[in-house]
Design a protein around this ligand. Sequence first.
Ligand SMILES: Cc1ccc(CCc2c3nc[nH]c3cc3c(=O)[nH]c(N)nc23)cc1
Ligand SMILES: [Zn+2]
Length: 370
Amino acid sequence: MSNPFTLLSSSSQCAARRGELRTLHGTVQTPVFMPVGTQATVKGVTPEQVRELGAEIILGNTYHLYLRPGHELIKKFGGLHRFMNWSGPILTDSGGFQIFSLQQLAKITEEGAAFKSHIDGSSLFLSPESAVAVQEDLGADIMMCLDTCIPYPADYRQAEEATELTSRWAARCRASQRVDGRLLFGIIQGGMYHDLRLRSLAALQEIGFDGYAIGGLSVGEPEELMYEICEATAAAMPAARARYLMGVGTPRNLVEAVYRGIDMFDCVMPTRNARNGMLFTSRGRLVIKNARYQDDPRPPDEECGCYTCRHYSRAYLRHLYQAREIMASVLMTIHNLSYYTGLMAAMRRAIEEDRFLEFYRDFNNATNAA
Ligand SMILES: Cc1ccc(CCc2c3nc[nH]c3cc3c(=O)[nH]c(N)nc23)cc1
Ligand SMILES: [Zn+2]
């Protein structure tokens, strides 16, 4: 199995690294933020806008697309790339996390996960084999193993049982791959227990994957605990393979995780918060509905070059938001995604120039001062 990840440079000051990940639909520069497109769209923006604001790879979701419109329909239309008119790389999650987080009715057995559709209540089932088959039908460039995401908090025995099941499912995922060229990532579980995290990683490395994800974080645990587990797990992960921290996070989380050696991120925050009128800026967060912006002529972020910041005032965005105009979501999503992709590009440059520690300090000073 050839390694699709190339390590281009490593910081001499910390674990941050610069790399690139080759996929069937193009090469991704890392560290990278991947916008979430759960239902075959990055909510509120077109694929052209997503490309223009600097995103190279987007995420799709097996659980949601399996339920609606169904992976068979998407396959009939030539796969997710054709269906949603996105020609770049797509990573799909396996559905494991969504089954556990979207409903309590899921029943987990050795065979797989039985659950009820949150749309029409019909009974459904995902096994490791069918989760991989659905992702292949969707045409994903990077697929995730079906895993059991351990809730927080969980006792040691519960975490151990779920982690061992995840390892057995991972072997079945790897064995069931049918299509060449697609990448499959293993997902490290283990709850908040370092020994279980290392045991999970060792089991996945024994099977052998194209990249490795840290799962089971950003599930309600304290931020310091997330950093502790991320740091210890990343340090034990193979340096030559891509490292993906699932579901993370705020801008500060991204900087702290890149500092600890993570390459790939996804989070609903930039898109979801935009729709709720919360903007990320180089001076911290900005809640647009606040009356102080009623006649503020400035752009959301005077250091941002995105379409929204080049053409619109905070007063205008506040007006759109208060009037429940669709353009409020569109313009604020463009800005938040531009802020995230801009932050990643700045970190990639800092690592290339071996000055990441200076970047890290400047970022903390700017956002702490806000
Ligand atoms: C479209 C899409 C949405 C969301 C995701 C990531 C969803 C996600 C988590 N989000 C926060 N914490 C998370 C942990 C896990 C996890 O342990 N396993 C899996 N498979 N996914 C996770 C992937 C794709
Ligand atoms: Zn902007």
